[in-house]
Structures are given as C-alpha cells and as structure tokens.
Ligand binder design. Structure first.
Ligand code: ADP
Ligand code: MG
Length: 407
C-alpha cells in the first residue's frame, strides 16, 4: 500500500530542475511569532527557508518573489499583520537587499520583468480575500509573475489556498523546496524506517483534535505515552473522578476504544500516575501533587507529577524513536510547566531519533532550551498533525513528480 509519505516523497524538488534565468516564485512560511511590539520572538521559520532562497540566488534565478501569509487577517489590510515587520530580519539573514512589495497587483509588471538577483517580498497574501478561497483569479495573477513555482511553506501545506495550491494549476514547473523535503524525510525516518521501539508521546488540550492521529499511528508504534489534558479523558475512562479538570465527556468512549485498540496491537500504554492539581489556573493559591485517583473536589489537573515524569522517562529511555506531539500540561503558566519541560529534557537527552510535531510542543521545546537537542522539530503544527494522520497534504499534491514507481 502506498503511504501518504511515499506519495509526498515522490514530488520533484528544486534540485531536480534548472532555475537559471527563471523567474521564481517561492511560497514560504514566514508566519513567525511576534510580541506586542512586533519583535520576532522566534525566527526559525525564516531561517528554515534560507536554503531554498539561497539556492535560487546561487543558481542565477532572476526575480525571486517570496510569498507568505502572516497571522490571521480577515482578507484585508491590517497593520499588525504586515510582512514589512519581517523584511529587516530576512535581509539580515540573507545578507541581501529585499524589496518589499506593498501592492503586488500594481507592481506585477515590474516583478514579472526578469531582473537578475532581485528579491521581492510580497505583502501578506492573506490581505487578499481570494487567498483562503483558493480563488482562480488570484492564483492566475501569482502564476503570471513566474516561470517556476516552489512551495517551501510546510507550515501552510495543509491548506488548499491560492498561494499554496491553486497557483499550481497555472504554472508549468512546480516543485517542492528544501524545507518541504526535509520535513517529509524526517517523518519518513520516524514512521517508515524506524529503529524500534517507537514511542509516541501525546498530550495537549483535546483528545478530539488528535483522535485521527492516534488511530492512524497505533499500528505503527510500540508505546503510547499520554499526558496533558488529553490524559484526563483517558483517566476519566478508567473511572477516576477528574473533578473540574479539562476533559471531553463526549470522547470517553473513544478513549476506551483507543485503549482497546492499543491492547489488540500490543502497544503499551502509559498514563499519569500522579498529577499536579490547582484550585485556579489564572490565580493559583492551592497547588499540589496527588495520585491520579485523588483529584480534590473542585480542583483541576494541570500538569503531570514527578512520579509520572519518572515513569514516562523510563519508557522514553528504552525507546529508539520518539515522536512527540502535545505538551504534558499548561506549559504556558510557569507553575504548570515543569512536567512538559522535564519531558523535553528527557527526550532531548535520549539517544533516540527524536521528532516534534505540533506548534505548541515546538514552542515548549524552545522554552525548555532544548531545540538544538532534538533530531528534528517540524515547522508545521497543523501540517505535521495531518501528515501523521496519514493525509497527503494539498501543498504537495499538485507538484511535479519524479517518475512514479508507485501506483
Ligand atoms: P500542539 O500545538 O503541540 O499540537 P495542542 O494545541 O494540542 O498542542 O495543545 C497545547 C495546549 O494544551 C496548550 O495550550 C496547553 O496549555 C494545553 N494543555 C495541556 N495540558 C492541559 C491541561 N491539563 N489542562 C488544560 N490545558 C492543557
Ligand atoms: Mg496547538
């Protein structure tokens, strides 16, 4: 059976084509986190796009046009979502002048003129309503300014938008950039040629948003380690009273199914044995560690406890491939971040192949200062989730393909 990963591995990459003298449009993902003053707090996504941009420059492409979204504007201009805040950092990283294009429709002719070595950055493509609607008119306009389309926006590759998908209809040569290929290779290594045992560490807020993932990977893994609010639903399914904790009543039955599926597939399950509980998330006065069975009346479970860290740590230590998606607690709040950070330390210190998918998990790994110590951290939250669910991402589905050996 052909997996989604096989399919996505089969697309042509930048290395398979000749860009010299070509006008190249690169869909990048510059949707970086910024603080209240528009300072970029993490530029990993910009740095991750550099190999593709530099390759085009080094191989004499003319007019390189970078297209990205930034934040979630509602189809019109909003100052705080302007990509002009990103330009300086990009110039610094590229060590090259980048021309910012406020209105790409008005500047179309200039961009479309082959002009060696010019790098343009278009204003946030989501300022155009047609972007999210995958509007053919916008797709055609984007196609009209290039000879080659390169998709390197892994973080947006699960979107069927004009700049990630629709544009491919109107460009003859369309390939994947190096980041896209790196992401696919990294997940293939974990899922297709893994060194066993494989552990999946899951957490986060909701079982409902990750149930497809759980079901899709259960047959491939050896251990399933569950923390975060997700584990609350599982503990509830075991009959524990989770009091005021976040859990999903409607998914208790699903949690039971997952436990049963795991049993049938001989997957070992690890659930919290102790948890950190609090009387309030916003203004915690009473915070304590209790056995998972003993959540106090009116309290909420907000992190895994020290015994659980030890238990999970031992299971992680015996694994050779570790996939992590979802924090172990409310890691954004200092008091409730210990479990997540300790698990980050443990995974980072292991000798396994370690891969992180999920936007908040990547953020947590960063905050734990462990980003350098993981084998791979995906730049795509939603995209990595859909990839793990077994889907072919739209950002890959229309690209040129190498001779197919797959049917
Ligand atoms: P990712 O983005 O890595 O896929 P999710 O978005 O699924 O992760 O989950 C992250 C969120 O889950 C965080 O905002 C975190 O605060 C929340 N979370 C984790 N554990 C709990 C908990 N016990 N109670 C409430 N929220 C939790
Ligand atoms: Mg998230």
């Amino acid at each position: 059976m052909t997996s989604n990963l096989d399919y996505m591995r089969g697309v042509k990459s930048l290395r398979d084509i000749d860009v010299s003298g070509k006008r190249v449009l690169i869909r990048v993902d510059f949707n970086v986190p910024v603080d209240a003053h528009n300072n970029i707090t993490d530029d990993r996504r910009i740095r991750s796009a550099l190999p593709t941009i530099n390759y085009c420059i080094d191989h004499n492409a003319c007019s390189i046009t970078l297209v990205s979204h930034f934040g979630r504007p509602k189809g019109q201009y909003e100052e705080k979502y302007s990509l002009k805040h990103i330009r300086k950092r990009l110039e610094r990283l590229l060590q090259k002048k980048v021309e910012f294009v406020e209105d790409f429709e008005a500047s179309k002719d200039e961009i479309a003129t082959c002009s060696l070595e010019r790098v343009f950055l278009l204003e946030n493509i989501r300022f155009y309503e047609g972007e999210k609607q995958n509007d053919p008119a916008l797709s055609k306009k984007l196609a009209s300014i290039c000879d080659v389309y390169v998709n390197d926006a892994f973080g947006a590759s699960h979107r069927q938008h004009a700049s990630t998908y629709g544009v491919t209809e109107y460009v003859e040569t369309k390939v994947a950039g190096f980041l896209m290929m790196r992401e696919i290779e990294a997940f293939s290594k974990a899922l297709q040629e893994p060194v066993r045992p494989i552990a999946l560490v899951v957490g986060g807020a909701k079982i409902s948003s990750k149930i497809t993932l759980l079901k899709a990977v259960l047959q491939k893994i050896d251990k399933l380690i569950i923390g975060g609010a997700m584990s609350n639903t599982f503990l509830k399914a075991l009959g524990y009273d989770m009091q005021a904790s976040l859990y999903e009543e409607a998914y208790i039955e699903t949690a039971r199914d997952v436990l049963e599926m795991a049993r049938q597939n001989s997957v070992k399950i690890y659930l919290p044995v102790d948890i950190v509980i609090t009387d309030s998330i916003e203004a915690p006065v009473d915070v304590k560690v209790v056995p998972a069975q003993d959540v106090l009346a009116g309290f909420k479970a907000v992190d895994i406890g020290p015994a659980t860290v030890k238990l999970f740590g031992e299971a992680i230590g015996l694994s050779n491939t570790i996939i992590w998606n979802g924090p172990m607690g409310i890691y954004e709040v200092d008091k409730f971040s210990k479990g997540t950070f300790k698990i980050a330390n443990i995974i980072a210190d292991s000798y396994a192949y370690t891969i992180v998918g999920g936007g908040d998990t990547a953020d947590a790994v960063d905050r734990a200062s462990e980003a350098e110590n993981f084998s791979f951290i995906s730049t795509g939250g939603g995209a990595s989730l859909e990839l793990l669910e077994g889907k072919i991402l739209p950002g890959f589905s229309n690209l040129d393909r190498n001779l197919d050996t797959i049917d």
